[in-house]
Design a binder for this molecule. Structure first.
Ligand code: ATP
Ligand code: MG
Length: 412
C-alpha cells in the first residue's frame, strides 16, 4: 500500500446513519496502515430507513459531526467518502463478455467487459453505485482474479452490480454540499463495514456480514474472496424501540434506554423471575412506573427472531445454506444487545461473531465499537485507492466523477 505523499488531505468517511451521523478522519501512516486521527458523532433526525427525508436536519447533523471531527483531528474537512444504504439499493450478479483486440488482456478490456455486464441489467431510474468484478474467464480458463497480460480470444467477467435510486443518491450529495463539503466517492454501507470488520480468510472461505443498525440491516455475502450478494432489510433497532414503547406504554426515548441498558435476547422469558422490575418514566405523566424485565425480554426476543428468520429465509432462497463456513459477522449498534450471538446462532444455524473495526491504528479506544464499522470502513475502503506519488484524493475524485458522471450532469 502507498505511503501518503500529501499529508494535508486526510481520508474522511461520512456515515449518515438513521440514528447517528459519524465522521471518521484517517491518514495512512508511514507503514501504509490506516491511522484514525479524529471522530465526530451527532444524533441523526433526518433519515428514515437509511434514506434522507429531511435535508435541513441531515445537514445540521453532518455539520455538527464534522465540526467535532475537525476539532479532534486538527484538519479542515473539505472532502468525504460517503456511505449509502436503504431499501432502494439493489445488488445483482451480471455476466459480461468481450473479444480481445490485441489477443492479450489489457486494463481497457477489463473496463469494457465490466461495462458489457452492466449494460444488460440497469433500469432507467437507477444508477450504478458499484460494479465489483468477482472472477474473470479467458477463453476456457475460469476463476482468474487478475487477467491482465493473459493471452486469449475472449474475456468474460462475473460482476456484482449494485444500483440505487438516483434521487436518494442525489439527496445525499446535496446534503454534503450544503454542509460545505464535497463528496468524492459513494460506497455501499455494507461494503464499507465489511472492509472494517472482516478478515481476508473469512471472505475467502465464505461469510455473511450483517450491519444491524437503527433503521436497517445491511447484508453482504462474500465467497472466494469476492462479493456475491448485497441486500438491505428495512428493519433495525428503532423497530425494537417502537415495539417496547407500544408494548410497555413508555415514551420512545425511555424505550430505547430500557433496550440499551436492560435489553437481552436470550434468557428464556418464561424462566425469568416473574417479579424483576425496572423503574421508568411513564408515557402519560411524571409518575414513574415499573415494567417487568420478563416482558421487555419477550418483546425484544420476538422482534429479533423475526429479523433473523427473514435473513435465514433469504439465505435459503439464495442457496447460501451450508456455503458459509465462516458463518455470520454481526456489527452495527444493535449487535451490542446482550446475548445477541446466541440468538443469532440459534435462528440462523451458523457460527456468529460480533465484528468491530480491526487493523487500524490511532484512536482505537474510541472506534473499537460496532457503531463505527461503516465510518472506519469508508476510510479503509478509500485508502485502497491511494497510490505512490499521487496526491491523496486525486484518484478518488477521478473514480467518482467517472462513476457518478450521470448523476452530476443531471444534477447541476
Ligand atoms: N447496548 C445496546 N443494546 C442494544 N441496542 C443498542 C445498544 N447500543 C446501541 N444500540 C442500538 O443501535 C442502534 C444504532 O446503531 P448504529 O449506530 O449502527 O445505527 P445507524 O448507523 O445510525 O443506523 P442505520 O445503519 O440503520 O442507518 C440504535 O437502535 C441503538 O438503540
Ligand atoms: Mg449504520
Amino acid at each position: 500500500m502507498a505511503q501518503r505523499k500529501n499529508k494535508s488531505l486526510p481520508i474522511v468517511g461520512l456515515d449518515i446513519g438513521t440514528t447517528k451521523v459519524s465522521v471518521v478522519v484517517g491518514e495512512l501512516d508511514l507503514n501504509g496502515e490506516v491511522e484514525i486521527i479524529g471522530v465526530g458523532n451527532h444524533p441523526s433526525h433526518g433519515l428514515k430507513r437509511g434514506v434522507v427525508v429531511n435535508i435541513e436536519k441531515t445537514v445540521d447533523s453532518i455539520q455538527n459531526a464534522a465540526e467535532k471531527a475537525e476539532r479532534m483531528s486538527g484538519h479542515v474537512i473539505k472532502e468525504v467518502i460517503v456511505g449509502i444504504a436503504g431499501g432502494h439499493i439493489k445488488g445483482m450478479n451480471g455476466h459480461g463478455m468481450v473479444t480481445l483486440r490485441d489477443k492479450e488482456v489489457t486494463s481497457k478490456d477489463i473496463e469494457r467487459v465490466i461495462e458489457s455486464a452492466n449494460a444488460l441489467l440497469i433500469p432507467a431510474e437507477r444508477e450504478i453505485i458499484h460494479a465489483i468484478p468477482q472472477d474473470y474467464t479467458v477463453d476456457r480458463e475460469s476463476g482468474i482474479k487478475d487477467p491482465v497480460g493473459i493471452h486469449g480470444l475472449k474475456l468474460e467477467a462475473d460482476v456484482h452490480i449494485v444500483t440505487g435510486d438516483v434521487t436518494a443518491a442525489r439527496n445525499i450529495i446535496k446534503c454534503i454540499e450544503m454542509s460545505g463539503m464535497l463528496s468524492v466517492d459513494m460506497v455501499l454501507e455494507q461494503i464499507a463495514s465489511s472492509e472494517a470488520v472482516l478478515t481476508a480468510d473469512e471472505r475467502e472461505i465464505g461469510v455473511a456480514m450483517i450491519d444491524f443498525g437503527g433503521g436497517t440491516c445491511d447484508i453482504a455475502v462474500f465467497m472466494n474472496g469476492s462479493v456475491k450478494y448485497t441486500e438491505s432489510i428495512t428493519l433495525g433497532g428503532d423497530h425494537l424501540d417502537r415495539d417496547i414503547a407500544f408494548g410497555l406504554s413508555v415514551p420512545l426515548p425511555e424505550a430505547r434506554k430500557l433496550k440499551e441498558n436492560h435489553g437481552t435476547t436470550m434468557t428464556k422469558p418464561n424462566e425469568m423471575p416473574s417479579d424483576e422490575r425496572i423503574e421508568v418514566k411513564s408515557a402519560s405523566g411524571h409518575i414513574p412506573k415499573n415494567v417487568l424485565k420478563r416482558d421487555l425480554t419477550t418483546i425484544i426476543q420476538l422482534r429479533m427472531e423475526e429479523i433473523f428468520t427473514l435473513i435465514k429465509k433469504e439465505f435459503l432462497k439464495k442457496g447460501f445454506t451450508g456455503m458459509l463456513p465462516a458463518g455470520v459477522v454481526l456489527t452495527g449498534g444493535s449487535s451490542k444487545m446482550r446475548e445477541m450471538t446466541t440468538l443469532a446462532e440459534q435462528v440462523l444455524d451458523m457460527p456468529v461473531r460480533i465484528g468491530i473495526p480491526r487493523d487500524v491504528n490511532g484512536l482505537t479506544e474510541i472506534i473499537t465499537d460496532p457503531i463505527y464499522s461503516t465510518g472506519v470502513g469508508l476510510v479503509k475502503y478509500a485508502s485502497l485507492n491511494e497510490e505512490p506519488g499521487v496526491p491523496a484524493g486525486v484518484l478518488r475524485q477521478k473514480n467518482v466523477f467517472t462513476r457518478m458522471k450521470g448523476w452530476f450532469n443531471e444534477f447541476f
